[in-house]
Design a protein around this ligand. Structure first.
Ligand SMILES: [Zn+2]
Length: 315
């Protein structure tokens, strides 16, 4: 069997590594922790901070990397607690500081590109492609309100295991995504690596309950995958198809609904006004659904996120 390497480290039973890997051609370094169990088993990758101002997942990943012990686990757990470290240290709103790009829109990345492209390439090449399963942690950014939910990508070779991972996540909703470009978990799924993305927390805030909920979901997935001992819980939840509407104007935004609120077709969802209070645009619901996340800042930016909502899938 081919020996897998993670970020230049070989996998050895009982090994516990805390390190940074340098992104060639940049000043960027990616912190990572590798915990190798005493027994053979799958390698599970957990990333957080691909969006650096989504703090719940970052803190959950840091705590988990200190809580998991090689004695407890079968296989290996690799944790990247803060993928976009320079964004974090320069307090960007989830953009790579050096080039202003959204890291989760540029996968698979490019070795010859700018910083975000190079970083995405390294994350895939050194971490993701060597994993047997992958969990990516996100939240609502500083300008986004959000209810907890999870994504997996449909129509992939690993869909059945991704769905089993989804079943382990304690949220009311999940989205079976069709988006096959740009994101880390999407790319992993296309390459046959079962993957999920967990969204929990909003507006760049974080609290103990959300951090514990992220950790509990991850532990539950690890148990289902056989990495942690015991039996896992299954959380029944509603399947959704996601739709989103980007902002047609830059200006002031007045949402009508809250994240998690249901609405009927034709209801007003929000309004964009100019700096004199004059209406520029009113968003109406094209169909019934539930708000998954939406812009929650007064400012809204043309072609940027405005509303993302889910429509129930009934089989
Ligand atoms: Zn995110």
């Amino acid at each position: 069997m081919e020996k897998k390497m993670i970020a230049g480290h070989d996998i050895k039973p009982g090994k516990n590594i805390t390190d940074h890997i340098h992104v060639e051609g940049t000043e960027l370094h990616v912190p990572h922790v590798m915990i190798c169990g005493k027994e053979d088993g799958p390698t599970v990758l957990i990333t957080a901070g691909i969006h650096n101002a989504e703090y719940v997942g970052i803190q959950a990943a840091i705590e988990l990397s200190n809580e998991l012990e090689p004695e407890q686990i079968r296989g290996n757990v690799v944790i990247v607690p803060l993928a976009n470290r320079s964004g974090f240290e320069n307090r960007t709103m989830s953009m790579v500081f050096e080039d202003g790009k959204n890291l989760n829109r540029v996968f698979p990345g490019d070795k010859e590109g700018s910083e975000a492209d190079k970083l995405a390439h390294l994350l895939f090449d050194s971490f993701i492609k060597n994993a047997d399963a992958y969990i990516d942690l996100h939240s609502g950014d500083g300008f986004e309100s959000l209810i907890p939910f999870a994504y997996y990508l449909g129509d992939t070779p690993s869909e059945d295991i991704s769905k089993k991972m989804i079943d382990c996540i304690n949220t009311q909703y999940y989205v079976r995504s069709k988006c096959r470009t740009g994101g880390a978990y999407n790319l992993a799924s296309i390459h046959g690596i079962p993957s999920v993305l967990i969204e929990r927390g909003e507006m760049s805030l974080f609290n103990r309950a959300e951090i514990e909920a992220d950790k509990s979901d991850i532990r539950n997935i690890l148990t289902m995958l056989g990495v942690l001992p015991g039996t896992h819980h299954i959380y029944p939840k509603q399947a959704l198809t996601e739709f989103d509407e980007t902002a047609p104007f830059t200006g002031c935004w007045y949402p009508e609904k809250k994240a998690g609120e249901r609405f009927n077709k034709g209801e007003k969802l929000g309004e964009i006004r100019d700096y004199f209070g004059k209406s520029l645009y009113t968003a109406f619901a094209p169909q019934e659904g539930v708000i998954l996340y939406q812009c929650s800042s007064l400012n809204i930016i043309k072609d940027g996120p405005m509303i993302a909502y889910g429509v129930p899938i009934f089989d």
